[in-house]
Design a protein around this ligand. Structure first.
Ligand SMILES: Nc1nc2c(ncn2[C@@H]2O[C@H](COP(=O)(O)OP(=O)(O)O)[C@@H](O)[C@H]2O)c(=O)[nH]1
Ligand SMILES: [Mg+2]
Length: 276
């Protein structure tokens, strides 16, 4: 897989064909070769899609929109706004089911998850992709990392997210500042290691746990979550919070492996101490 950082050549065509192996400028100082797919789960988001598509960079290789049996014009609006959009219908229900379906439909080496409610700024994709081509396996958005923020989180959601994040950090040895956030990006190969099997809003938590258990390199990306523009959230704080908790409790802890690793690095450290 090619992921070489290169300075962008001034004047190079930004609409260059998105074939792997060719450099595409993604900012004034960075060009990449891997094609980037954006997956958008959308259920009745026709009114929000104009804002979402407007913020997407033009160097995206493909957009995969997973339609959750919308009863509004989500699909036709998407096709109008992004003529090459790949629309995938979902068989099951829930955001997790939609994302898993969307990931399968992607042909890019890098996959970015973007909500369709207007809360995510597509302009941030460059930060995620930069982290991935610089060595991270998984670029995890965080509203609470320095530079991030949120306009769309009720007190109860903030409280629940903080508590669940603390449990995940303790149980799985992670150092996350955010947990239930939908803006993330990763190399396609990560999917083989995390084997997603869930249907609802717990999907991001499951991904965050499994990437750390798989020993993948995770980098948090400060991200700002804007207010959903039209409509209301499909998430129910207590119901979905409990689903997230069930996932956390159901995943086997990797504490023993962490303790082993801690012992090993202590031994290596003391070994280094003797040498010097
Ligand atoms: N395809 C599909 N998309 C969904 C489903 N549930 C939620 N979404 C989408 O997932 C994204 C996040 O959902 P949202 O209701 O805004 O939840 P919140 O961001 O956690 O408040 C939005 O783009 C929704 O349209 C679903 O069952 N199917
Ligand atoms: Mg939302």
């Amino acid at each position: 897989m090619s992921s070489v950082l290169q300075p962008a050549t001034p004047g190079q065509d930004r609409q260059a064909p998105s074939t792997a192996g060719q450099y595409r400028p993604i900012s004034s100082h960075l060009a990449i070769t891997p094609p980037v797919s954006v997956v958008i789960p959308a259920m009745n988001e026709a009114e929000n899609l104009p804002y979402v598509f407007k913020s997407l960079p033009d160097w995206i290789h493909e957009v995969v929109l997973v339609d959750g049996n919308s009863t509004d014009d989500t699909v036709s609006v998407a096709r109008e706004l992004w003529p090459g959009v790949k629309v995938v219908g979902q068989q099951g229900r829930g955001k997790g089911d939609a994302l898993i379906t969307g990931f399968e439909a992607c042909s890019g080496d890098i996959i970015v998850m973007v909500d369709a409610d207007g809360s995510a700024d597509g302009g941030e994709i460059v930060s995620y992709v930069s982290a991935l081509v610089s060595g991270a396996d998984f670029a995890k958005g965080s509203r609470f990392a320095n530079g991030g923020g949120t306009d769309d989180m009720t007190f109860i959601r903030r409280l629940g997210n903080g508590a669940l994040c603390a449990i995940v950090n303790r149980k799985f040895g992670a150092r996350y500042t955010d947990l239930c956030y939908g803006y993330n990006a990763f190399w396609r190969h990560c999917l083989d290691k995390i084997d997603l099997d869930c249907t609802g809003f717990e999907v991001e938590t499951l991904m965050n746990i499994r990437v750390v258990k798989a020993g993948l390199k995770v980098q948090e990306i400060p991200s700002h979550e804007y207010l959903r523009i039209h409509g209301v959230s499909n998430l129910r704080a207590v119901r979905d919070g409990l689903r997230v908790l069930r996932v956390i409790l159901g995943e086997r802890s990797n504490r023993r492996a962490l303790r082993r690793e801690g012992r090993r690095s202590r031994i290596l450290d003391s070994g280094r101490g003797e040498v010097s």
